[in-house]
Design a protein around this ligand. Structure first.
Ligand code: SF4
Ligand code: SF4
Ligand code: SF4
Ligand code: FES
Length: 352
């Protein structure tokens, strides 16, 4: 396919046809700041922090939506561009609580990072600020719209990734706000609590309730793993601190899910540390379960299997495995049924 030849900051680039200025720059490692852009979502052009100077264009243009065209010459960090970005950041921060000290997103906030990069300590535009109640009784998602920058990433994630459209932009101008229909609670909306809105939010407006007060971003060790709930094979990153899971975050390169999760994968891992969880085998003796060693438990199971086979024949035995197991585990299960028990009664169920 014929490439599109453009120049960004003096560097000649053969861009993919159909790519935006931002994508062309990213492909060669030129950094253009963004807030409403997310690689997993369609571009929106809402925040204007990615403004660049394009020769022969009357005004600055958003790199995330502007298509790269043949012969285009782009400047990403001219004086005019930097001034415009600072202006945009100051406007965003003019209606922002600036409580980074206690914000769950401190250290993982794209707005904070840009304010730091552009040296914005205060805004020249003090004025009216929103004071929304932080009030949603759902068990999973804290919604603090005082920290919302109206980038609409959450709205796009809900619509394009989860296909639910539980949230949208209500009102316009200064009154604009993200909300469900009639501005109710998430529980009263079609929300499925997949958490994708939380995963893409660039600020502390949407955060998981489970992680509240449990640690700072830089204290978490991220361990990529497979969700254990079903056979789809979604990858997630478990965030670990002091040997305990604090939260599950999107693993964007997961081939089965590309960052998406359902409510179970995102929020349903607390069983791991539940005190009622069985950690030792139990054998029923005199009508009550008592703790046993693994050797005792396995010997008992083997003797019962032998008893069934000797009394009623191999086909009295059947093996049910699960799509939640690995291929290797399922292979071993059918091999055991066929080679050890002598039956082809093998099946599986995704819900086991
Ligand atoms: S959302 Fe970001 S900028 Fe706002 S208070 Fe939290 S860390 Fe600070
Ligand atoms: S949790 Fe999922 S379904 Fe609910 S609002 Fe967020 S993206 Fe939409
Ligand atoms: S809640 Fe977060 S993702 Fe949604 S518009 Fe506000 S800042 Fe953007
Ligand atoms: S990142 Fe381009 S307008 Fe927001």
């Amino acid at each position: 396919m014929t490439k599109v030849n453009i120049t960004i900051d003096g560097q000649k680039i053969a861009a993919r046809p159909g790519s935006t200025v931002l994508e062309a720059a990213q492909e060669v490692g030129i950094d253009i700041p963004t807030l409403c852009y997310h690689p997993a979502l369609p571009p929106e052009g809402a925040c204007r922090v990615c403004l660049v100077e394009i020769e022969r264009q009357r005004t600055l243009q958003p790199a995330c939506t502007f298509p790269a065209t043949e012969g285009m010459v782009v400047h990403t960090c001219s004086e005019k561009v930097v001034e415009a970005r600072k202006f945009v950041l100051e406007l965003l921060l003019s209606d922002h609580p600036l409580d980074c000290m206690t914000c769950e997103m401190n250290g993982n906030c794209e707005l904070q990072d840009l304010a730091y990069e552009y040296g914005i300590k205060e805004t020249r535009f003090p004025g009216e600020q929103h004071t929304y109640l932080v009030d949603d009784p759902n068990p999973f998602i804290e919604r603090d719209y005082n920290k919302c920058i109206l980038c609409r990433r959450c709205v796009r994630a809900c619509s394009y990734m989860n296909g639910v459209e539980a949230i949208g932009v209500m009102h316009r101008g200064f009154q604009a706000k993200i909300g469900t229909a009639f501005d109710g609670y998430l529980e009263d909306s079609p929300c499925e609590f997949c958490g994708m809105c939380v995963a893409v939010c660039p600020t502390g407006a949407l955060t998981p309730k489970q992680r509240k007060g449990k640690g700072r971003e830089w204290e978490f060790k991220k361990v990529t793993t497979l969700c254990s709930y079903c056979g789809v094979g979604c990858q997630i990153d478990l965030n670990i601190k002091d040997g305990r899971i604090i939260q599950a975050t999107s693993h964007w390169d997961g081939p089965a899910n590309h960052g998406w999760t359902c409510v179970k994968g995102r929020f349903g891992w607390d069983y791991v540390h539940h005190p009622d969880r069985l950690t030792k085998p139990l054998i029923k003796k005199d009508g009550a379960f008592v703790e046993a060693t693994w050797d005792e438990a396995l010997d008992l199971v083997a003797s019962k299997f032998r008893e069934v086979k000797e009394k009623d024949g191999a086909d009295a035995f059947g093996a049910l495995s699960s799509a939640k197991c690995t291929n290797e585990e399922n292979y071993v299960m059918q091999k055991f049924a066929r080679a050890v028990m002598g039956t082809n009664n093998v099946d599986h169920c995704a819900r086991l």
